[in-house]
Design a protein around this ligand. Sequence first.
Ligand SMILES: CC(C)(COP(=O)(O)OP(=O)(O)OC[C@H]1O[C@@H](n2cnc3c(N)ncnc32)[C@H](O)[C@@H]1OP(=O)(O)O)[C@@H](O)C(=O)NCCC(=O)NCCS
Length: 180
Amino acid sequence: MNANFATTDLTITRIDRLDDPALMAGLEALLEDAVASGASVGYHAPLSPALNRDFWTGVSRQLEGGAHRLLVARAPDGTVLGSVQLALCTRPNGAHRAEVQKLLVLTRHRGRGIARRLMTDVEEFARGLGRSLLVLDTLKGNVGEPFYERTGWMRAGEIPGYTVEADGSRHATVLFYKNI
Ligand SMILES: CC(C)(COP(=O)(O)OP(=O)(O)OC[C@H]1O[C@@H](n2cnc3c(N)ncnc32)[C@H](O)[C@@H]1OP(=O)(O)O)[C@@H](O)C(=O)NCCC(=O)NCCS
């Protein structure tokens, strides 16, 4: 894979169906890399290929359900660099709201503004769908926390003991929101 591309050359596209084996393989590599890097995205390292496949199969089903969106950032050669998901609230009192989930950028491409671009696009996309309030949660003390603070999200509070890590320790999660 050629890493010598400018961040401005990457493309971010909305994916409606996960029926392209190359894309699926790229997304699996992305999740495996994130879990191996210590990201708290639901799994303990090492992530088994079966759990990895189950995760993206589940996303595929959610996309078919219509209340879920997936944006993928790719290099000019097609390499998957990052992704983010948006879960649209379907209840009548939450029609203005959506949850941002699983913002991931390949370890070796972090710090180049890829997540910032993904979040700009997902916000624009959510706005286009009439959503004016975004929410998310991220592990306290992990890389997501400074990222969201740097990118204009408001801290709503913390839930202690929200996750159980591989060593049995419990970790707090931080809730963020953004009016867009
Ligand atoms: C969090 C994550 C998505 C950031 O991706 P990235 O592409 O490296 O982020 P960007 O380069 O777009 O950074 C945007 C801003 O956040 C800041 N930032 C990003 N990572 C940071 C870190 N680890 N510590 C401090 N600031 C950080 C950058 O400095 C930058 O600010 P600036 O533009 O004002 O300089 C990436 O580290 C990742 O995939 N982590 C694993 C998965 C995860 O934890 N996701 C979030 C919770 S679901």
